[in-house]
Design a protein around this ligand. Sequence first.
Ligand code: ATP
Ligand code: MG
Length: 259
Amino acid sequence: MIRAEDVSKHFGGLKAVDHVSLEIAEGSITGLIGPNGAGKTTLFNTIAGLYAPTGGRIFLDDEDITGLKPHQLFNKGLLRTFQIAHEFTRLSVVENLMMVPAQQSGENLVNAWFRRGQVAAEEARIYQRAQEVIAFLNMGHLADEIAGNLSGGQKKLLELGRTMMVDAKIVFLDEVGAGVNRTLLREIGDAIIKLNQEKNYTFCMIEHDMDFIARLCDPVICMAEGKVLAQGTAEEVKNNEEVIEAYLGRGLKNKEAAV
Ligand SMILES: Nc1ncnc2c1ncn2[C@@H]1O[C@H](COP(=O)(O)OP(=O)(O)OP(=O)(O)O)[C@@H](O)[C@H]1O
Ligand SMILES: [Mg+2]
């Protein structure tokens, strides 16, 4: 579904992403791991259109999408969440979800003004969808809660919910499990699996928690210092010499703690 060919993203002299080639298969939940500073988020940002690559090309279903802007990619069904959740703190959960379609498609007030008749029907449809998303994520008890009051994990769940407000094909999740308690992490994992199986979402997820990765992801790709080091099952990557080396090189004490 996604093919990156020889993609680089340099910041001045820093080669954050350096000649990366990889593929994300349709229907997969692909994991992206690697030590801090490996270039994982930069690669996500480059694929999702936040950065223009310094070199290389990116394809979505064989269409060259290199250099397209996030909203253009959004309209093609390519979505991403952020390492730090960015909800509207003063709006409720259901309102946060309802913001997504209009906000991301470049909808504006002038447009709404000229199409006032359609707007009410549209809003009812979006409200309905938001309620479905909330039910899907078992967040019914939180629907009217102000997003600013949610726990870190609940905000991550809301981030996932945002990707369900439109018809996504592929979703990039950046550390959706970071700082989330075990119970909620399991729920987020369940939601991802359910979206993958029932709604045919393809996922690519950056994660540091290797148990979480092993439960969800196949294949797993490991990056270090801007390059792809290894790809395989979670077990294969975990036991790969170069991968262990990359983590150890960063001063972690043992292989279990590292990967
Ligand atoms: N906007 C930027 N400007 C300059 N340097 C950047 C920028 N974004 C990232 N970098 C640098 O690029 C390298 C890769 O960073 P990146 O955030 O992609 O790593 P990461 O693998 O996501 O790490 P982490 O696991 O800590 O989130 C780092 O050295 C980082 O300092
Ligand atoms: Mg990162």
